[in-house]
Design a protein around this ligand. Sequence first.
Ligand SMILES: Cc1cc2nc3c(=O)[nH]c(=O)nc-3n(C[C@H](O)[C@H](O)[C@H](O)COP(=O)(O)O)c2cc1C
Length: 221
Amino acid sequence: MDSIGIIIIYEETVPFPRSRSWARSPRTRPSSETSRTTSNWKSLGYRSEPAGRGRFVKEVVHAIRERTGPDFHVGLRLSVERYGLVLADMVQLVGELLASGDIDILDLSLWDVAKPPANAPEGSRTLVEHFLDMPRHGTVIGVAGHLASAAAVQRVLDQGADLAYIGKAAIADHAFSRRAIADPGYRAPSFPVRRDHLRSEKLEESFVTYFATNWPQLVKG
Ligand SMILES: Cc1cc2nc3c(=O)[nH]c(=O)nc-3n(C[C@H](O)[C@H](O)[C@H](O)COP(=O)(O)O)c2cc1C
């Protein structure tokens, strides 16, 4: 089956560090950058507020579905809060996307599957819980964020996720999945790791440099 994965980053910043400048908060971004982003949205015929940005996402995936057909696999990755995203808007958008039949896999980029929403009062539902009880209409939901042990993966699957995505833990241990399946007590090596450890995990020198430069807190030496 053919497939396509789409990553749509639709705020004026990227939710992961491509360079150190990522660390700037949207609030400190020069206003010329923000207004350029806003006018980019306008020039495309979309309003820059959540409804306009949500419409953009829905139209892109719908156009892909229309031009490909029901057997084509469409996956969408979304961040759901911060960086200008409002959780309530994203819950609504996700509900509409799940009901639309336009996506087969929804990949929720949460940074930490166990965290409550930003600025939520103590005792609030976790971020992931806002999405896992929605009707999926056959769409598969995968989640990513701080899954570094077999127990954490099991927990999120028990909560109702269909897929658990492993990021940094699979960088620290390329065999994470196999080991976690074999041993319920398995936990990936913890960060920070040494450059030599990354090399021993079969990572190319260019990736080791990229990782150590952009995530200096995760790499020793
Ligand atoms: C080295 C590295 C590169 C990444 N690149 C991307 C990317 O290109 N697009 C994206 O949506 N997320 C990217 N991410 C975010 C991960 O996909 C994942 O959502 C995030 O790291 C949280 O999961 P984890 O705690 O298991 O690493 C990247 C993360 C890392 C560590």
